[in-house]
Write a protein that binds this ligand. Structure first.
Ligand code: SF4
Length: 418
């Protein structure tokens, strides 16, 4: 195969319209999102038909690719609904649609949708024969299984010229590419139809048959016990190697995570990608990126969960690390440059000092701290902003568009160790 010199694209999660806007402003080359049906995150506040049209319009204007998810597995009984749904979205100019079920590929084409089709990681594509198969079937980009190693990617790339995408950040499943029945078993909600309740991350205890209600922890630690927990993926340190191996697109997991998570992971990976051909500067910036990734909510990071199992020797108790507390984000400007309308995610009060992060502008990091001077709700001055509401907030210095506010916690942040 010819050498692969293209800079990989960054594909960010967009669980709703706000997350999509922030992903775009914080540096995504492409965003992926789903409608109300037939994608693998039925629990997110997914896009209505109107939202979908607005989102694609915004992406087109921002020169960012819109990838639409149709990656649920389809039962025979769903077919009529799928056909109806496809006829509704048919005219929307997505850059690509993503499928898992081969039947969906046939249905997409039968519906007259001619846009490129990407194949989800859910199909566990692990070798170049599988890639050849999917390419011949009409797939233009394959998201490889998360179990593929870097060395295998290099070998695959020597054999095929299809577009390849990998996940570089986010939650992992304890099942091959997420094809798992735990959630269905415990709650009747099927992960393969977008309804996963994440039972692999619940806290578990052992109960002796004859002692109902007497719960025994398996491993004692401050956060309880999670016998099936997986770690989160974080490949920031290895991005240059993945790019050299011939990957076309790097994807961040997490449509159900916060605006703050979407924005900050996007800005970190976007900057890292822009410096991928400059090893010295990349190495200099790496500690900043690792610190920022430690400040988003995550489980302990791994660079290769699949090959870590052997070394785990039963130590599967993995706490979630909250990083920083996400306080809220910019929604509009206020009366002067020190005032903004803000959607609040966690409470904060007048007099507190809080930190804002911003999209990176060139080489400068504009993140800074502010003192909260005044909070107004419907014109009334109040002492504390509560989560879930929008407020007019005045700070002690000018605030810029797309600020996201956070407060560091005392939690010890985990940084990926080389
Ligand atoms: S229960 Fe856990 S392993 Fe299974 S699909 Fe959901 S997140 Fe993945």
């Amino acid at each position: 195969m010819p050498p692969h010199n293209k800079r990989p694209a960054l594909v960010s999660p967009a669980g709703n319209m706000d997350k999509l806007r922030f992903a775009v402003h914080y540096g995504a080359d492409a965003v992926y999102f789903g409608g109300k049906d037939f994608n693998l995150r039925a629990g997110t506040d997914n896009f209505s038909m109107e939202d979908i049209a607005r989102a694609v319009d915004f992406c087109v204007q921002s020169r960012v690719e819109a990838i639409f998810l149709l990656n649920a597995f389809i039962h025979e009984n769903d077919l009529a609904l799928v056909k109806e749904y496809l006829s509704e979205i048919k005219r929307i100019p997505f850059r690509a649609v993503m499928i898992s079920d081969p039947g969906m590929l046939v249905l997409v084409r039968e519906a007259g949708i001619t846009t490129p089709v990407h194949l989800s990681t859910q199909m566990s594509t692990l070798n170049h024969y599988a890639i050849r198969f999917w390419k011949e079937a009409g797939i233009s980009r394959i998201v490889l299984a998360r179990e593929v190693t870097l060395e295998e990617i290099t070998r695959i790339r020597e054999k095929v010229d299809a577009e390849l995408e990998v996940f570089v950040h986010g939650a992992l499943c304890i099942s091959y590419s997420g094809r798992c029945l735990l959630s269905r078993y415990f709650t009747g909600r099927d992960a393969n139809r977008g309804e996963c309740t994440h039972p692999c991350r619940w806290k578990y205890a052992i109960v002796e048959e004859n002692r109902e209600g007497n719960h025994l922890d398996i491993i004692e630690h401050a956060h309880g016990t999670e016998i099936l927990s997986s770690k989160d993926l974080c490949l920031i340190r290895l991005l240059p190697e993945y790019a050299t191996a011939g990957i076309d697109a790097f994807k961040i997991e997490g449509r159900m995570k916060s605006v703050y998570y979407t924005a900050n992971t996007t800005r970190v990976y976007a900057e890292a990608l822009s410096l991928i051909a400059n090893p010295e500067v990349f190495a200099l910036r790496l500690p900043f990126w690792q610190r920022e990734l430690a400040l988003v909510s995550h489980r302990p990071y791994t660079e290769d969960l699949f090959n870590e199992f052997e070394g785990m020797k039963g130590k599967k108790s993995i706490p979630t690390i909250k990083g920083a507390r996400f306080l809220g984000y910019y929604i509009d400007k206020g009366g002067d440059e020190t005032e903004i309308y803000m959607k609040v995610h966690n409470p904060f009060s007048v007099g507190e000092t809080i930190e804002a992060i911003y999209p990176l502008k060139g080489k400068s990091v504009r993140d800074r701290t502010y003192r909260v001077c005044e909070i107004r709700h419907n014109g009334t001055i109040i002492p504390t902003a509560q989560s879930g509401h929008a407020y007019l907030v005045r700070f002690d210095a000018p605030v810029h568009e797309y600020a996201i506010f956070r407060e560091s916690t005392d939690t010890i942040a985990t940084v990926v160790q080389p």
